[in-house]
Design a protein around this ligand. Structure first.
Ligand SMILES: NC(=O)c1ccc[n+]([C@@H]2O[C@H](COP(=O)([O-])OP(=O)(O)OC[C@H]3O[C@@H](n4cnc5c(N)ncnc54)[C@H](OP(=O)(O)O)[C@@H]3O)[C@@H](O)[C@H]2O)c1
Length: 255
């Protein structure tokens, strides 16, 4: 029997999981992307793109496609789609698993200021002009127009368009992973004195946090949003094992 699996993605882990499931004859996985990134990386399984129309729309999609398992492997800050996924799974009576990448914890030498939302990060920069590295999604950086006194270095996957309505901003287009040594060079080259970051967790974007620590630079860290409590794993490997459990009957696994 082939199990239909819908992976809600937009993350490196979702792509890795799709790659793992792509080779399995007993699974037919589809990866769903929000459709925000202009040229997403190839995924190895069929991709659908764009919103479903809320939790009801997702529930209808699960029913129409005969999906057997829903996997929420979205970014930890994509709280809306995770809430929708949990609700749609309940409504459509489809089992759900989530990949919940653990957040970073501050260590000795880190100079973090914790804030709840990106808007609060703008305030946390304070009244004195600073040189700020914004490693945030392009939809979020607009909030910093409220503090035009700072210099901003903005790094994003897609261009920030329109550009920020501030007198002093520069832009970098890049897709991670980013290594600590390169991040350190970047922070030094641009004489950055504060980094604004989400607590994404994982290795791929930790380089800037480690680099900030090494250079004694402040980090304004936006706390994670609350996510629904569903069965979850912290790594792609652990989640793949949960999928295996779901897909293969007990006698086949020999347990
Ligand atoms: N937020 C971040 O920091 C961040 C960072 C890296 C990657 N991403 C990825 O970018 C995407 C959008 O993030 P977001 O923060 O804008 O999400 P969000 O606020 O939680 O979701 C907003 C809406 O976008 C649609 N959507 C989101 N993810 C989707 C998916 N994988 N497939 C189909 N529709 C999706 C849904 O529309 P409908 O209600 O119409 O279904 C959802 O209600 C996510 O896939 C996420 O994994 C986000």
């Amino acid at each position: 029997m082939t199990h239909r699996i819908l992976i809600l993605g937009g993350t490196t882990e979702a792509r890795q999981l799709a790659g793992k499931l792509a080779g399995r004859a007993d699974c037919s996985a589809t990866l769903s992307l929000a459709g925000r990134t202009e040229s997403p990386v190839a995924q190895g399984v069929p991709v659908r793109s764009g919103g479903f129309g809320g939790a009801d729309g997702l529930a209808a999609y699960l029913r129409e496609t005969g999906t057997d398992l829903l996997i929420d492997a979205t970014h930890p800050y994509a709280a809306q789609i995770s809430a929708n996924a949990a609700q749609a799974a309940r409504v459509a009576r489809v089992p759900i698993l989530a990949l919940r990448r653990p957040g970073w914890e501050p260590v000795e030498g880190d100079r973090w200021t914790l804030v709840d939302k990106v808007g609060d990060a703008v305030q946390a920069l304070g009244p004195t002009p600073r040189r700020v590295f914004l490693a945030l999604g392009r939809q979020e950086v607009a909030a910093f127009e409220a503090a035009p006194r700072h210099h901003y270095l903005v790094r994003s996957v897609d261009p920030v368009e329109p550009a920020l309505a501030v007198p002093d901003a520069s832009y970098l287009l890049a897709r991670g992973p980013f290594r600590e040594a390169e991040e350190r060079a970047l922070l030094q080259e641009h004489r950055i004195d504060v980094v604004v970051s989400k607590n994404s967790g994982g290795e791929a974007t930790y380089g800037k946090i480690a680099a900030a620590r090494a250079l004694g630079i402040d980090v304004v860290m936006v706390r994670r949003p609350a996510l629904p409590d569903v069965p979850s794993a912290e790594t792609v490997e652990a989640l793949a094992a949960m999928v295996d459990h779901f897909v293969r009957p007990v006698d086949e696994r020999g347990v």
